[in-house]
Design a protein around this ligand. Structure first.
Ligand code: NI
Length: 176
């Protein structure tokens, strides 16, 4: 297993007791993810987009379409947390989603535009919240109780994680 290729920015390690300043920095990281993903794939050809980012891994195209699929879930989970009492999280099978037929035919530009619009809504929403809102909870069937602060940390990592997989492939392949 090539962990460095799979986790170019390191594995996700959440903490408890996020300060207001740390939270602001995390939201800024979420804010920059659409541009980061756009830059990661800038100028790549169709065959480069069809290249797995590591042996046995998703293609660049699958990675790009996966990120907004995942972040749409996250955006909606944040809103459920604010509007219901400890609502259940509906997990989804991300591997099977990445293999659905649309992923092979929709241009990556469509998912980049989706990311930009989605993150504009999501970041505006997060910045509108009172500090206490970040302690609101959801119930995950595998992870138990999670908070909005946990989701903010996870998604401040997740977009960078996947953009890093592509950037690291570009570096190794010498793609300019
Ligand atoms: Ni992911």
């Amino acid at each position: 297993m090539t962990d460095d290729r799979r986790y170019p920015t390191g594995k996700f390690s959440p903490k408890t007791g996020v300060t207001a300043a740390e939270r602001e920095a995390l939201i800024r990281r979420i804010e920059e993810e659409p541009a980061l993903l756009r830059k990661a794939v800038d100028g790549l050809s169709a065959s480069q987009l069809g290249t797995p980012y590591r042996e046995g891994g998703w293609t660049v195209r699958q990675v790009v379409h996966h990120v907004p699929d995942s972040h749409m879930h996250a955006y909606i989970r944040c809103k459920f947390a604010l509007t219901e009492e400890a609502p259940p999280v509906k997990p989804y099978d991300e591997k099977r989603w990445a293999e659905l037929a649309d992923v092979g035919v929709v241009p990556v530009a469509t998912s980049l535009a989706l990311m930009e619009a989605l993150h504009e809504r999501w970041v505006a929403f997060l910045r509108s919240l009172e500090p206490a809102a970040f302690a609101r909870t959801l119930h995950h069937p595998e992870h138990g109780t999670i908070t909005v602060d946990y989701l903010v940390q996870l998604y401040a990592w997740h977009g960078h994680h996947h953009a890093g997989q592509i950037t690291s492939l570009r570096g190794r392949m010498g793609w300019r």
